[in-house]
Design a protein around this ligand. Structure first.
Ligand SMILES: Cc1cc2nc3c(=O)[nH]c(=O)nc-3n(C[C@H](O)[C@H](O)[C@H](O)COP(=O)(O)OP(=O)(O)OC[C@H]3O[C@@H](n4cnc5c(N)ncnc54)[C@H](O)[C@@H]3O)c2cc1C
Length: 509
């Protein structure tokens, strides 16, 4: 058996890749394995949310994702007698550099993340499957099976199951995965469509059914998503059957051609009973699966990973206490739960055969939805939820408001907004960032050094002057994942010191 690792990452889907990127940035000793020989080539998840783009910007990959994707700004609702065009994401999203939903195939997202890792000498060990694990108090004994049939014993301090819906890590840890399957079957195809206006999401709602078209670009121009008619259950998914559905829902306005991927699938709504069992953690689809309504699945997984990676790395380095790891479940399980609830509601309204929902969908919603979506306040709230910019950890044990927290601006547990623009880029380097607003002369080095002593290289200081998200004299400590751990008003540093002593104690390294 080789020397113990800090972390074994099981699964190189988007969640495992993002976790590996963060572990690499924080210098952890880790391996990343995947049982499949190749990465995903199918489009699967096709939408990247603004918060994910922000979070990945720290690795320098967001510009490439944006360059490859399609930032669709319009939703066109095709109603029985008219088309309503709505601009997406243009209200209430002034505090992000990415106020749009980026359409990009999951295959491309995985490619960009894989190339990022390869450029940093991280090898994704493909054809390597985790077959068994046994957790002790301080580490995990793992058995890996290689593609050539050979087996290997590996010991790791922590194992993270980024191994999808059928997670081996979850099963071996005995963690339940409760929930239910939806009765409907869905059809999905990546293909070309004649008759659609480009650069918009198209939704056709009628008594004959519903069909969506999303702008994709690669591997085909469009993703089509439709509910399978009950009379066609079990039938083969082919171009004629998809064309028939499109004809029914769009009054024969569209021509489908050149499919590159067609499939049918059923959806589940399930969640892991726990995100952690001793030294084993779950992230991404291993922890939660739900309908694709709102494009949340892959995004939630990537953000799970970016919540966990730095915590593991700093704990392994001895720079943070074990207690920090408990905040992963405390912060991310409520997010997973609310995504499951939100996607379930959206899905039920969109697909239910119940006559009340059906009338609502085909008669009431077409009239009310455009009005509601034109109301800036409703739209702003809806898009903050969908964009995942509204996620916060205010109730986390690692979020502390100082004695006189500011009334305006972000609070402890909130994401650091990109306001003034460029603030997120300033705080993107690995580590913690102390933001000090008010006159820079208030914050001389000699005043700060007692609080920061012994944490050089872990906490960077930024004197913001008036270019701050808060008015007046405020201290804000930004965690490595871009959320504020500590916010206080005034120049006193005792609260900051107490926070750092708890979460980054000196002398542990
Ligand atoms: C048909 C389809 C359409 C979808 N559409 C959307 C969409 O429109 N929007 C959206 O947000 N999401 C969508 N999803 C869901 C999205 O693809 C997932 O949320 C996302 O892939 C989750 O990423 P993950 O890394 O957590 O897990 P996965 O992508 O499932 O990756 C898990 C990895 O673990 C590996 N693995 C599993 N077990 C082991 C083991 N024992 N040892 C080693 N490796 C192992 C697997 O080979 C795999 O590569 C779709 C999924 C499917 C199947």
């Amino acid at each position: 058996m080789t020397a113990p690792l800090d972390v074994l990452v099981v699964g190189a889907g988007p969640t495992g890749l993002a976790l590996a990127a963060q572990l690499r940035a924080y210098g952890a000793r880790f391996r990343i394995i995947d049982r499949s020989l190749d990465r995903v080539r199918e489009s699967r998840a096709l939408a990247i949310q603004p918060r994910t783009l922000e979070a990945l910007a720290g690795f320098g990959v967001t510009d490439e994702l944006v360059a490859r994707g399609n930032p669709a700004m319009r939703l066109r609702l095709h109603l029985p007698r008219r088309v309503v065009a709505l601009r997406l994401f243009d209200i209430g999203l002034t505090d992000t550099a990415y106020p749009f939903l980026l359409f990009l195939s999951q295959a491309e997202t995985e490619r960009v993340l894989s190339e990022y890792l390869a450029a940093r000498d991280v090898t994704i060990e493909r054809g390597t499957e985790l077959v068994r694990l046994e957790a002790t108090d301080s580490s995990v004994d793992c058995r890996l099976r290689h593609d050539d049939g050979s087996q290997e014993a590996v010991q790791a301090r922590y194992v993270v199951g980024c191994d999808g819906a059928h997670s081996t890590v979850r099963n071996q840890s005995g963690i339940g995965f409760g929930g239910y399957a939806y009765p409907q079957t869905f059809l999905l195809a990546d293909l070309e469509v004649d008759g659609l206006e480009p650069d918009s999401v198209h939704s056709y709602m009628s008594g004959a059914g519903m069909v969506f078209f999303f702008p994709l670009g690669a591997p085909a121009g469009w993703r089509m998503l439709a509910m399978r008619p009950p009379d066609a259950l079990g039938a083969e998914v082919d171009l004629p059957s998809l064309q028939e559905i499109a004809d029914r829902c769009t009054d024969e306005r569209l021509t489908l051609r050149d499919p590159v991927w067609m499939t049918d699938f059923r959806l589940h709504n399930r969640g892991a009973a726990r995100y952690r069992f001793g030294p084993c953690f779950l992230a991404g689809d291993a922890a939660h699966i739900h309908s694709p309504a709102g494009g949340q699945g892959m995004n939630t997984g990537i953000q799970d990973a970016l919540n966990l990676g730095w915590k593991l790395a700093l704990t392994c380095r001895g720079a943070a206490p074990e207690e920090l790891l408990a905040t992963y479940e405390a912060e991310r399980a409520p997010v997973g739960h609310s995504v499951r609830r939100f996607t379930d509601r959206a899905f039920t309204i969109a697909t239910s055969g119940n006559p009340v929902f059906r009338v609502g969908r085909t008669h009431i919603a077409p009239r009310l939805a455009p009005l509601a979506l034109r109301a800036a306040k409703i739209r702003g709230r809806l898009f903050r939820t969908v964009s995942e910019l509204g996620i916060h950890y205010r109730r986390s044990p690692a979020s502390t408001a100082g004695s006189r927290p500011p009334r305006d601006g972000p609070r402890a547990g909130d994401r650091l907004p990109d306001l003034p623009r460029g603030l997120q880029a300033r705080t993107a380097a690995p580590g913690w960032h102390l933001l000090l607003s008010g006159p820079p002369a208030l914050w001389p080095d000699e005043r700060l050094s007692p609080a920061l002593e012994g944490r050089v290289g872990l906490v960077s200081v930024h004197r913001l002057g008036g270019q701050s998200p808060w008015p007046g004299v405020v201290q804000g400590l930004v965690r490595p994942d871009g959320y504020l751990g500590y916010v206080a008003r005034g120049a006193g540093l005792d609260g900051l010191r107490a926070y750092l002593d708890r979460w980054l104690p000196v002398g542990r390294r």
